[in-house]
Ligand binder design. Sequence first.
Ligand code: ADP
Ligand code: MG
Length: 388
Amino acid sequence: YLQLFDVALFILLPSLAYFFEQNINSIILIRKFRKLLTAYSLFCFTMMIVNLGAQERLNDIYYFFSVVILGILLVALMILLVFASVRMALKGDHEAIILSTGFAFFAVISIGELSWFFILDGHYNMFLWKWGVFGFVLALIAILGRRLAEKHKQVVRYSRELEMFNNELQRSEKMEIISDLAASVAHEVRNPLQVTRGFLQLMSKQEDGKNKDYLHIALEELDRASAIITDFLTFAKPEFDQTKTLTILDEFKHIEGIISPMANLQGGKISLDIPQEIKVRGNSSKFKQAFINIIKNSIEALRDQGHIHIWAYVDNGEAVIHIRDNGEGMDAQTLSRLGEPYFSNKTKGTGLGMMVTFRIIETMNGKITFTSAKGVGTEATIRFPVAG
Ligand code: ADP
Ligand code: MG
């Protein structure tokens, strides 16, 4: 039993220090002390074996190392750990306070009793320390309870998140199907719309009187329908959502080709400043749709001497694209409502452009921000993760 007790003590000392190191406070002193204790325990263990091999003829030396010195080390360790835990508890960590109280209880009793043991030269039976252990274990149980409660809360939180995530997934799947459907319908509808418009225009030239008014209304309504298609689905093709690596300069050259006639009509200029090497991942049609909607707004906001400047660069692993116009600008209220479906300040606006743009940029893992000042202009900043 004596030997078993000794072995237990050899293991206890370094593990106690290790426990503190891992759970409370890993000040260097404790780590160094733990290494010392490990080495010393191994030394004592070897001594024990040697002593046993020599039929306990080395008992005196063994006693000196495994009781006297070890006892002193134990007291020193306790003092160090009490110091460390009080320091930690002073910082206000709840678990540290509970643990420190339990441990201090144990340590103070043990230090006292051990000192008494040494003062009486070993003629004393230690028993109080068991109550110390009891206090320490109580503190550990309290901490375990706290951690369990915390884990339980976490599990509840995770399952709630999972449920929300599931709902979101279902919703976005539905949206996907609807927008695919809308894309193919719009694509098919646009051509007959254009043809109808052409004939109506012809008719209205020959017509005068009441019918001319009706034809005028019909033309306006057709324009409205085609504006919605433009904001929503300029490039929508009934194709699978193919993402590939896009060279943004090429995309913008294409966009410029489509949009500059519109800018010319308003007497505005567009300038591009984009390095060839910037690439992002996404669907080419959607990318164009998103930026056409932004640039179209800029054009519509232009006054005389209008200028739209588009430039891009790479910053911190992100492709950053700026679109700045010197148009009429927006007030804070308009700015905050941007992206809301059907929000428009224009008589013939659809209020869908920014909503579509925001959605596309979001699905490309990008971010968009606007800064604007009334009467000065607007700047849109879009960030995407760079490809490759
Ligand atoms: P729409 O263009 O059909 O009105 P959008 O969603 O594209 O719908 O834009 C919503 C509103 O945001 C516009 O009506 C306009 O008031 C404002 N807006 C957007 N971009 C700009 C801009 N570059 N300059 C000034 N106002 C803008
Ligand atoms: Mg618009």
